[in-house]
Design a protein. Sequence first.
Length: 157
Amino acid sequence: MSQDAAHPTGDPQGEVGSAWNRPRNGPNPTRSQDSWVSGGIVFAGVLMLCSGVLSILQGISAIAKDDVYARVGSYVYKMNLTGWGWIHLIIGVLVAVTGAGLLKGMAWARFAGLFFVALSLITQFLFLPYAFFWPITMIAIDLFVIWALVSRQEGVG
């Protein structure tokens, strides 16, 4: 039996880097990485929606002068609580809208998301003296979103 009769598709069998790495019609290794990265983008979009909504709630709570936040004595970036509330509210809306755009596959959302999430991270850092654990949690979420948005994304829009 000739080699062509044994393998009618002409696929080389036994060569290094061909049949031994993946079965015929099996998964393509580059496709699985693309799906992992696109899954990271989807997760970043969902996190941006959640982070935006949580920042909106944080802002509303600060605007309403809720007793959740304590007064700070002398702090370099001191601002009244209503001012911080409006900042968190506006940034939260921008982050949530950008996260929705990211989930819809909008090209502008990746770069706008980087900008707004970085801005959110900075404002959460400046808000640390008012509530310690909540801004730390939001900073961790923002860092993951930034990592997901700047990771290598070949073939992903």
